[in-house]
Design a protein around this ligand. Structure first.
Ligand code: ATP
Ligand code: MG
Length: 239
């Protein structure tokens, strides 16, 4: 099990999307440190740049300006292939729109990052255990189009967690879940942080979900508009 604490250091990060009508400043000059083993939550209105920031930290989009260092290594100095390998080994990404492969079953989708990283073989028992924790074991042979939105979301969570990544980047991971499932996922992430020192960055629209973190930043127009430490006892997501 990978128990290394991976810090994230974002410096002067800017992302301008080029469009026909000009540029969209999705992320503007964000500098942000996330300690190894810290649980950071990110809030902000729709279009404030949350997903873009997460994709930049994951190395899935390249910045217009700025840098992202993970464990002191600049990820944009890596070749595309090396960055992909690094991500598959160390970063679990939960996408807002799931990004499941439609032709693969739930189990196969969850195993995909470990297949891309040819070095990592996942024992069958580990896959089954996570399927059970996420309460999708009896759906493991289903393809995404025969799963509910909440089940698809839990497959996407399982895919990110199965490799036991040092860093978890979660984009609205509870957006399609009822309050019980949402609470279970928040608890699971909190435990991964507390017991295994995973570094977590979680985007959410719900304050009750954001309150599971150690610190919350709010984005506005691509910039950090607010930052606060959360020291409340963990709250259950209200029904
Ligand atoms: N590929 C793209 N091309 C052009 N503009 C984009 C692209 N992706 C995002 N944007 C724009 O960048 C801004 C930030 O988008 P982003 O998806 O990061 O917001 P968000 O905070 O995640 O929103 P939501 O809460 O709706 O998921 C928005 O104005 C969006 O329209
Ligand atoms: Mg988004």
């Amino acid at each position: 099990m990978n128990n290394l604490k991976f810090p994230v250091e974002v410096s002067n990060l800017t992302k301008v999307y080029k469009t026909r009508g000009g540029g969209v400043n999705a992320v503007c000059d964000i500098s942000l440190g996330v300690n190894g083993g810290e649980f950071l939550t990110v809030m902000g209105t729709s279009g404030s740049g949350k997903s873009t920031l997460l994709h930049l930290i994951a190395g899935l989009a390249s910045p217009t300006v700025g840098s992202v260092k993970i464990n002191d290594s600049e990820i944009f100095n890596l070749s595309d292939a090396a960055r992909t390998r690094f991500r598959c080994r160390n970063i679990g990404v939960i996408f807002q729109s799931f990004n499941l492969i439609p032709t693969l079953t739930a189990s196969e989708n969850m195993l995909l990052p470990s297949l891309i990283d040819g070095n990592k073989k996942i024992p069958r028992e580990k896959l089954d255990e996570l399927l059970r924790v996420l309460e999708i074991y009896d759906r493991r042979h289903h393809r995404p189009d025969s799963l509910s939105g909440g089940e698809q979301q839990r497959v996407a969570i399982g895919r990110a967690l199965l490799i036991e990544p040092a860093i978890i980047l979660a984009d609205e991971p509870t957006g399609n879940l009822d309050s019980v499932n949402s609470n279970n996922i928040c608890k699971l992430l909190r435990e991964l942080c507390d017991k295994e020192q995973r570094t977590i960055v979680l985007v959410t629209h719900e304050k009750s979900v954001a309150d599971w973190g150690d610190r919350c930043i709010t984005l506005k127009d691509g910039r950090i508009a607010d930052e606060k430490i959360i020291n409340s006892t963990r709250k259950e997501v209200s029904a």
